[in-house]
Design a protein around this ligand. Sequence first.
Ligand code: BV8
Length: 234
Amino acid sequence: MSVLSPHDRVVILTGAGISAESGIRTFRGDDGLWENHRLEDVATPEAFQRDPALVQRFYNARRQQLLSPELAPNAAHQALARLERALPGRFLLVTQNVDNLHERAGSEAIIHMHGELLKARCLHCQHVSKASADLGPHSHCSACDQRGRLRPHIVWFGEVPLQMDDIYQALSQCTMFASIGTSGNVYPAAGFVEVANAAGAHTIELNLEASRVRTAFAEHREGPASQLVPAWVE
Ligand code: BV8
């Protein structure tokens, strides 16, 4: 059983499972479809090229859900914010999630490797800005004033995740790597445990069920994140 020490350098990876108990649907659960589209068919540059209105509708719907008042971080998000405060300068939270629940729980050292639902990016000048609830052809860039050229600031399949150098550097120096609420289907995130193992870190998976990369972890605990994570952090 891993015990966190004040000398640990901790890297955390989270996925959709950590936000499930806050009411945000996961991707590959039994309801993992959206309007009968597989994520892999909507979250791609080709889909955006082919049918921008469909892709914008997909993200506008998810952004609306994120803006609803009853959506709140859960005990797992809050426990990670406490852990960060206990390990100043020795903690990094890498999330595959595009929601803002970690920020709302108080986490600060965060890398959103797959982008952020509440942000938009200009196809013309790459400027990243706050996304309106209904991003679309009427939207214009606040930096270059180009109209109708804004896309969700999301990393789609086939695109390079954000801040990979920073992530690999932190993984190569960590003493503890914990993966929380992810199925281990999507790379390069699913391969982070191997980098942490190579660095000699203790690796632990906290998930509702075994992920596809469960065997790569030295330790695993099964259950809902809102119970597992506070117990592990305390
Ligand atoms: C890249 C934004 C090159 C979109 C997302 C063949 C083999 C291997 C790889 C590939 C391949 N073909 C193509 C690839 C690469 C591809 C990939 O991995 N495809 C997969 C589908 C095979 N990857 C890419 O294209 C990536 N880019 O590879 O570039 C590169 C590589 C290295 C370095 C530089 C460049 C880009 C991938 C990014 C795609 N964008 N998100 C959006 O959100 O709309 S991915 C999307 O899936 C989300 O970000 C999500 O986070 C992510 C992973 O899903 P999970 O978070 O794990 O969610 P899931 O529903 O699957 O699982 C939830 C888990 O939680 C479950 O295990 C469940 O049991 C658990 N759970 C549920 N409830 C709870 C719980 N756990 C605890 N408590 C609970 N209450």
